[in-house]
Design a binder for this molecule. Structure first.
Ligand code: SF4
Ligand code: SF4
Length: 196
């Protein structure tokens, strides 16, 4: 799997089969917990649209900047929800959170983590820190749509998100988003449409 998210806490992964359903409720906590590394491709594509001051270089890599309140510079508030300003072009670690896809069993009972999808068989885990998890017997939509979409992003290179991102984000019709420029503490408006 590409990239390595800098975590403040140890991961607490549970096998996918112990989860009934998952949806992102827009709590925005994950955009505070992690510092996100991005690839050269993501740096070029995102930077073309929003400029290159949203990134920082350290430890031999490129990372999304954080604000003084620890949130990612691309997180913005809409009502009581925190949404992502890079909705159609999130970096890979953001698209995959809170799921982890592996060809090998990683934790606990391997039979609980084994996933047999339409085009791939392997092991799937969900990070228990995400409050969007509902535990129980897996629903049909969760099994065949949600988990499947995460698998296709990890294995097949899928970029478009539908089941794997916030419902609220998908319902928004904005074409301008507000981002905080940490370079000079000014707020700036950047065009959202036209991103990858
Ligand atoms: S993915 Fe989970 S932690 Fe992140 S905003 Fe959605 S519900 Fe909150
Ligand atoms: S890019 Fe979006 S999803 Fe990723 S940390 Fe920033 S606001 Fe959150």
């Amino acid at each position: 799997m590409r990239g390595s998210v800098k975590q403040l806490y140890e991961p607490r992964s549970v096998p996918w089969s112990q989860v009934h359903s998952w949806t992102c409720n827009g709590c925005g906590e994950c955009c505070k917990w992690f510092t996100i590394p991005i690839s050269t491709y993501e740096y070029a594509k995102i930077g073309q649209v929003v400029g290159f001051r949203m990134f920082e270089f350290r430890e031999g890599g490129v990372w999304l900047k954080k604000r003084p309140d620890s949130r990612c510079v691309f997180a913005f508030c809409r009502g009581n929800l925190w949404l992502c300003g890079l909705q159609n072009s999130k970096p890979y670690p953001c698209r995959m959170w809170p799921f982890k896809i592996s060809n090998q069993p990683l934790y606990g009972r391997r039979d609980w983590a084994r996933y047999e999808g339409s085009s791939w068989t392997g092991y799937v885990y969900v990070d228990s820190r995400c409050p969007g998890i509902v535990y129980g017997r897996p629903s049909l939509t969760y099994t065949t749509k949600v988990v499947e979409e995460f698998v296709h992003m990890a294995i097949g290179g899928r970029r478009h998100q539908y089941y794997s991102t916030s419902r609220e984000a998908l319902s928004q019709t904005w074409n301008r988003i507000q981002l905080v420029d940490t370079g000079n503490s000014r707020s700036g408006l950047f065009r959202h449409q036209g991103m990858i």
